[in-house]
Design a protein around this ligand. Structure first.
Ligand code: RIB
Ligand code: CA
Length: 311
């Protein structure tokens, strides 16, 4: 099988961690490297949490540090959801053979794009600060990669403000830059990611599987559950697993091309992704494939099998 080369840029928090495990376990994918960005947690946590996942998976993916803060906005983390350490306050060991690499995230992902011209899928599961810096420093990168697949935005309501989704609100300027970079862009916004959830029963089954990966998947999400269950959520949304799953199994999803713009100057609407999906007034461009539906049963079945396969 010709495996698909991917790069992940993560603010390794809890659902990012599950997405990294999915990328590791899907046979269709070839994870080349992981860069870390501030967002759910501070850069230092995101960076060392990603090393910790290497330890959990028995893997040795190269890890590269990125931005310590958004392009213009001050950093606001989500410790109330992802815990003080970013992994739901679950302790995982840092591998003794962890390699600290000096190359910054934006140069490392560019080098990988050069090594796989036209083939690399760049998957961003946190704020787009690193990707925006990479595209600015290396203007040929948007066309060098196959596509950029972003967990971010929402054609509907937000989850960090009534208007804005967390990753786009965290760095709206970076989100707007990447959307208009000219790259082939797949938007995995809340419209589709809110459908991709584990029920508590499904998490309990993972935890009871006797695997560390299954135990971790439930354990790291328990802090979030205390909050999300108050909002009547049906379960644990695996937001960040959506772009990963789409690369390997696009047949599970439905979407439409749309014009998408991010509000960077509003007060109430800062970080809002405005699409022309539901308007007769159209933007003069179609710059993103906006995913709108996913076959949840198949999504969760594949994700569960992948997590269990890690052991
Ligand atoms: O809105 C959900 C997104 O914000 C996910 O990427 C989650 O990890 C947080 O970063
Ligand atoms: Ca994330």
């Amino acid at each position: 099988m010709n495996r698909i080369p991917i790069w992940m840029d993560c603010d390794t928090g809890t659902d990012d961690a599950v997405a990294i495990m999915l990328a590791h376990a899907l046979p269709e994918l070839d994870l080349k490297g992981i860069s870390t960005v501030c967002g759910n947690t501070i850069q230092d946590n995101a960076y060392w949490n990603t090393h910790r996942l290497n330890s959990l998976m028995g893997a040795h993916y190269p890890v590269y540090r990125g931005a310590e803060h958004p392009l213009l906005k001050p950093l606001k983390t989500a410790a109330h959801v992802h815990g003080e350490n970013g992994l739901g306050d679950v302790e995982l060991p840092i591998p003794e053979d962890a390699v600290v690499r000096d190359e910054p995230a934006w140069d490392a992902m560019y080098a990988c794009a050069l090594a796989h011209p036209g083939q690399l899928r760049l998957i961003a599961t946190g704020p787009l600060t690193n990707v925006a810096i990479a595209f600015t420093k290396h203007p040929d990168m948007p066309k060098l990669i196959h596509s950029v697949l972003v967990m971010g935005g929402s054609a509907g309501a937000g989850n960090d403000t009534p208007a804005a989704e967390f990753n786009f609100f965290a760095d709206p300027h970076a989100a707007e830059m990447v959307l208009h970079s000219g790259a082939n862009y797949v938007m995995c916004g809340l419209d589709v990611t809110l459908q991709a959830y584990f029920t508590m029963e499904q998490l309990d089954a993972l935890a009871a599987s006797g695997t560390r990966a299954g135990w971790f998947t439930k354990a790291c999400n328990m802090r979030a559950w205390k909050i999300l269950s108050r909002f009547g959520m049906k379960g644990f949304c695996m937001h960040d697993s959506c772009p990963v799953m789409y690369v390997a199994h696009p047949e599970l999803f439905e979407g439409r091309m749309a014009g998408v713009v991010v509000e960077t100057r509003g007060t109430v609407t800062l970080g809002k992704s405005v699409t022309d999906l539901y308007s007769d007034k159209q933007f003069p461009f179609k710059n993103a494939l906006v995913l709108l539906k996913v076959d949840r049963e198949k999504f969760i079945s594949i994700l569960t099998d992948c997590i269990l396969s890690i052991g």
